[in-house]
Design a protein around this ligand. Structure first.
Ligand code: HEM
Length: 426
């Protein structure tokens, strides 16, 4: 698996979509008295390249200036303070998930992620108990363990040196998702290809026909795989998402869109949090020693990792009615990027926010979103990463270390994770 695969992934994702400016923020900056409101300052110094390389210094500067900016390079407002991101998540009536001219809808169909209630809730309920903690404990954990063993065996065969992201984290996350979703007629490689090509479609602002062709081919393959599995599961039910959907009166169009969104959104994030956490611990020997001595700390390491580098760093919303957000005026139709990757490092909430510290006092981060679209796969991610893989990996790969001769590279801001992570072990 090449780094280019991931490079594209981190820049284009189903939660990030392009926008024409509905309104330009004013180049007005400065404080506001309580009760007053002002136009969003313009941050024309923010570039896509700089965001991709390392968004955190930019977020720091933005947050210090104002909670919301107009970013010409993005053609949208960017919200970077914790309070403002949290306020958006709690107010679905003002901040709609149903963006107009959504490329995600073109690439994947109209999924629950781009619906407001009550339509959203019908789709969300259709996922039933598959992704809930009790089902995971009873059913999926054993399967994740087996996948872990199989993926580790393949990694060891490739070793004693390999790329941790592409030779382990990606196939492990893809195989777990394949089984949770019920794609018995596909491979983990199909899952990775489907995910990547449809994600590329959601970011195809240049309208590149080649990208559309690949995305449409994957979309058709997913449709065919669903069409084959739904009748099968009517007679052979199991605990997977498709099995649950097979017996529900949900329109096929909604099933297809939700499945495609889940393929696009449920693979990269567990992969990225797994690699980022291992990377962070390898760079912090004292914290690594602590988790090895007390494996119950892996839960804290997971939560700290998604706070520190939110695998989904930004997702879009559209303003449904004129409003004032943390003192900044927004108007109906404005498009907003909710930068939870920035909110998670807001010093107003987290002390010394730029450091990775698994011992920091527990405070709620926003890495899984909030409100009605709160991540449906949170417990699946926690189980496969914090409960299954992390507590075993340092014992199973003794002497696991970053390859000094070929430094690891992180990238992305909409999706952020390790692009390359060469490791070695004894
Ligand atoms: C560390 C791993 C993960 C992170 C950080 C993450 C993050 C997120 C975020 C931020 C959202 C909300 C986006 C928005 O409001 O626009 C979301 C939604 C969603 N996620 Fe995850 N996710 C992860 C893993 C997963 C997994 C493994 C699955 C599937 C098995 C999954 C399925 C979903 C679904 C279906 C939604 C849409 C929920 C809705 O619209 O009601 N996620 N995720």
């Amino acid at each position: 698996m090449s780094a280019t695969f991931h490079q594209t992934t981190v820049q284009r994702c189903p939660v990030h979509e392009g926008a024409e400016p509905s309104r330009l923020g004013a180049a007005v900056s400065g404080g506001t008295a309580p009760g007053e409101s002002r136009e969003a300052p313009v941050a024309d110094w923010v570039t896509l390249d700089a965001l991709h390389r390392d968004p955190f210094p930019l977020y720091r500067r933005l947050r210090e200036e104002a909670p919301v900016h107009w970013i010409p390079a993005l053609n949208r407002y960017l919200v970077t303070s914790y309070a403002a991101c949290h306020a958006i998540e709690q107010d679905e009536a003002t901040f709609s998930a149903d963006e107009r001219e959504s490329l995600m809808k073109r690439a994947m169909g109209h999924s629950m992620l781009r619906k407001d209630n009550p339509e959203h809730q019908r789709d969300r309920d259709s996922y039933g108990k598959t992704l809930r903690p009790a089902t995971i404990k009873k059913h999926w954990n054993g399967i994740f363990e087996q996948n872990y063993v199989d993926c580790l065996r393949r990694l060891k065969k490739a070793g004693p040196g390999a790329d941790f992201v592409w030779d382990f984290a990606a196939p492990y996350a893809a195989e777990n998702l394949r089984l949770v979703m019920g794609f018995q007629n596909a491979t983990e490689a199909d899952m990775q290809r489907w995910s990547q090509t449809m994600i590329d479609g959601t970011g195809n602002y240049a309208d590149d026909p080649d990208i559309w062709a690949k995305s449409e081919r994957s979309s058709a393959e997913v449709d065919a795989a669903i069409d084959e599995m739904l009748p099968y599961f009517k007679d052979h039910p199991d605990h997977s998402l498709l099995s649950g959907l097979a017996s529900l009166p949900i329109p096929l169009e909604a099933i297809r869109a939700n499945m495609k969104m889940t393929i696009g959104g449920g693979l990269n994030e567990p992969r990225d949090v797994l690699a980022t956490t291992v990377w962070a611990l390898l760079r912090e020997p004292e914290q690594l020693e602590a988790v090895v001595a007390d494996p119950s700390l892996h839960t804290a390491a997971f939560e700290e990792s998604v706070r520190w580098v939110a695998p989904i760093g930004m997702y879009p919303r559209q303003v449904a009615r004129d409003t004032v957000l943390e003192g900044i005026r927004l108007r109906r139709g404005d498009r907003v990027g909710v930068a939870i990757g920035a909110a998670n490092r807001d010093p107003a909430v987290f002390e010394d926010p730029e450091s990775f510290d698994i011992m920091r006092p527990k405070k709620p981060h926003l890495a899984f979103g909030g409100g009605v679209h709160f991540c449906a796969g949170t417990w699946v991610a926690r189980a496969q990463v914090a409960q299954i893989a992390m507590p075993r990996i340092f014992d199973d790969l003794p002497g696991l270390r970053l390859d000094e001769s070929s430094p690891a590279v992180a990238g992305g801001w909409v999706f952020r994770g390790m692009l390359e992570m060469p490791v070695a072990w004894d």
